[in-house]
Design a protein around this ligand. Structure first.
Ligand SMILES: [Zn+2]
Length: 72
């Protein structure tokens, strides 16, 4: 059982993940998945604002959920 609240590794805010039960959905599931490189870097859930920031840095438009458009 893992009921310990996560801490955002970037800003150290407490992260409430709603996905601790199989039939629950976390708010973070509404966002597109982070690139594997970012997940390996952080190793844990991010708070909502930092998740948005990381997605933007990765070039992912989290507001629409679309994949980044390749730059020519
Ligand atoms: Zn944070």
């Amino acid at each position: 059982m893992n009921s310990t609240p996560s801490i955002c590794p970037i800003c150290h805010a407490p992260v409430k993940c709603g996905a601790q039960a199989p039939d629950q959905q976390c708010w973070c599931m509404q966002y597109p998945p982070l690139p594997a490189s970012v997940i390996q870097e952080t190793q844990t859930c991010l708070c909502e604002s930092c998740l948005q920031d990381r997605l933007q840095r990765a070039g992912i438009d989290w507001q629409t959920g679309k994949d980044p458009i390749p730059k020519k």
